[in-house]
Design a protein around this ligand. Structure first.
Ligand code: HEC
Ligand code: HEC
Length: 303
């Protein structure tokens, strides 16, 4: 209820709940005052079904009636103890978030020894541990699959983590650093420096030629000059990439943002800036350690 700025909704809900209970009480009392004259009790009302099923004129049985009163008493007791009346917290002080936090704490206390054990192992060794990798897979599905896909093969803008093509490097500690502190790819926009569409087209042709594709040779030659001026600083000569900067290899057939001429031109003209969020605080080192081992194991499945 604290999400609301005025107390109107709190009172609104309280009024409906209290009014509802009062209304039920009234209905119950109004309908249990016997209006049947004493000499008619137990006599047929005149309603007959299925030839011989006769309705008799009897008040509600007592036990049936008491059940209604008991449920009302239960509701009142419940509303005193638990939050149910607008922003009233209830005598027990119970809350959903409180219960959730308590459950999370209990679960963490239970798994802490397991994670401590995992944290003491080298990442490469941990990657061979079947139990740890099952835990790693669960963590991955929970925390990473939204971006990298449940099979870790990624999508446009989200790198494939199963292949051996790394933006930042696939060594165990490098993977861990990536997950702990996050990464931020910085590919500037080159439309201006390259002199607009024609310049972008030239460089795109050169970039595509690096992976052996058929290109406009003339344009590629012009593009090479510009590439050596503007791009080598990050992508290195021949487009071999630089993992210290997260600048991808451009001379392979693997594309983070798509390999069509149009996608490559858009990348060069507008720039790209992929963000891998940091997980150190959110997950803690032990879980990140297991995840790093899991990612390491994925890219070494064929070894
Ligand atoms: C919000 C989306 C998002 C989430 C969630 C996310 N990632 Fe990423 N991740 C990215 C993006 C985007 C990149 C590429 C960054 C770049 O372009 O520089 C990346 C890069 C990486 C890399 C580096 C790959 C390479 O080639 O060097 C690793 C490893 C990685 N993520 C692992 C994980 C793990 C493990 C998790 C779960 C704890 C995770 N990511 C959660 C978006 C995400
Ligand atoms: C300051 C360093 C830097 C410079 C200079 C730079 N790039 Fe990049 N480039 C990057 C980074 C980092 C990425 C990855 C962006 C991301 O992860 O979101 C990238 C991505 C790319 C991609 C996408 C690759 C893929 O797999 O989809 C292409 C193509 C590219 N750059 C071409 C160029 C060209 C052409 C130039 C020169 C005009 C250039 N870059 C200059 C850092 C740079």
């Amino acid at each position: 209820m604290s999400d609301f700025t005025s107390s109107f909704w709190s009172w609104f809900i309280t009024a409906i709940v209290v009014g509802g209970i009062a209304w039920l009480l009234y209905l119950l009392r109004a309908n249990t005052k016997s209006t049947i004259p004493a000499d008619e009790i137990g006599k047929p009302t005149g309603h007959v079904w299925d030839e011989d099923l006769v309705e008799l004129n009897n008040p509600l049985p007592r036990w049936w009636l008491y059940m209604f009163y008991i449920t009302i008493a239960f509701a009142i007791g419940y509303l005193i103890l638990y939050p149910g009346l607008g922003s009233y917290q209830g005598l027990l002080g119970w809350s959903e978030t409180g219960q959730h936090e308590a459950e999370v704490k209990a679960a963490e206390a239970q798994t802490a020894p397991m994670y401590d054990k995992f944290l003491k192992q080298e990442i490469a060794a941990l990657a061979q541990d079947k139990d740890a990798m099952k835990t790693g897979e669960r963590l991955f599905v929970n925390y990473c699959a939204v971006c990298h896909g449940s099979d870790a093969r990624g999508a446009r803008g989200f790198p494939n983590l199963r292949d051996d093509d790394w933006l930042y490097g696939g060594a165990p500690e490098t993977i861990k650093t990536t997950i702990m502190y996050g990464r931020n790819g910085m590919m500037p926009s080159w439309e201006g420096p390259l002199g607009g569409e024609a310049g972008v087209n030239d460089v795109a042709n050169y970039v595509m030629s690096l992976s052996g594709r058929k290109v406009d040779e003339e344009a590629a030659r012009r593009g090479e000059e510009k590439f050596n001026m503007f791009c080598v600083g990050c992508h290195m000569a021949g487009g071999t990439g630089n993992q210290a900067l997260g600048a991808p290899r451009l001379n392979d057939g693997t594309w983070l943002y798509g390999g069509s001429p149009k996608a490559i031109k858009t990348t060069i003209a507008k720039g790209r800036s992929g963000k891998m969020p940091a997980h150190a605080e959110f997950l803690g080192e032990a879980k990140v350690h297991v995840l790093a081992a899991y990612i390491f194991s994925l890219s070494h499945e064929d070894d």
